[in-house]
Write a new protein. Structure first.
Length: 203
């Protein structure tokens, strides 16, 4: 079943939340940026663009279903992001911070290192060090490829059963690293998963 991020992050909802042209903005954090929000959840992907991209990128159904519900996200002040679909002709309106777009999943996969591109699809990443999260097209499992200095490992560090289990566990883990107002309580380096913090065995 597809995770609904709005429901999963309901504990952070506040009177400062707002709905923009392209996304929902949860928990205003003005000390990060004047128009900064702890979470940005993008509205469902344009159906035509998603259908076209699904064919070209061979999107697993688990990812296509996720993007039909929410077209990517920027969570915990950029600690973790999920890529989304850009429709043809969509243009960024730099004058309106509430008409933003997710990172483009197609562009992000063009920048993906040249190993196992047929098998792995990059669907998200971590803001602190640029580690990547990928879905295995063979079985829809999710894998974290950590970045060591400037190089991404060719072997996954951690794995989850699905996109939903990855996001559910990471939302639970990251929720205790931020206070109820959205201020981070730890060093930024702790926003990256580790065996100790996520309680799973390495891949």
């Amino acid at each position: 079943m597809t995770i609904n991020l709005s429901h999963a992050l309901s504990a952070f909802k506040s009177p400062t939340d707002r709905e923009g042209e392209t996304a929902f903005f949860i928990a205003h954090v003005p000390w990060v940026a004047p128009e900064g929000y702890l979470h940005v959840i993008f509205k469902p992907a344009p159906s035509a663009a998603l259908t076209d991209l699904s064919s070209r990128l061979r999107l697993p159904e688990s990812i296509a279903s996720f993007l039909r519900t929410q077209n990517g996200a920027d969570l915990f002040s950029g600690s973790v992001g999920v890529y989304g679909v850009h429709g043809r002709g969509q243009r960024l309106n730099r004058r309106n911070p509430f008409a933003c777009f997710p990172f483009n999943i197609e562009d992000e996969n063009q920048n993906w290192p040249p190993f196992d591109q047929d098998r792995f699809l990059s669907v998200g990443g971590y803001g602190f060090d640029g580690s990547r999260v990928c879905v295995d097209r063979n079985d829809s499992t999710v894998h974290l490829f950590k970045r060591d200095l400037r190089t991404l490992s060719e072997n996954p560090s951690y794995s989850w059963d699905s996109v939903g289990s990855w996001l559910q566990s990471e939302i639970a883990r990251l929720s205790v690293l931020f206070d109820k107002n959205g201020r981070i309580l730890v060093k930024r380096s702790e926003t990256i998963p580790s065996a100790h913090t996520i309680g799973v065995k390495p891949s």
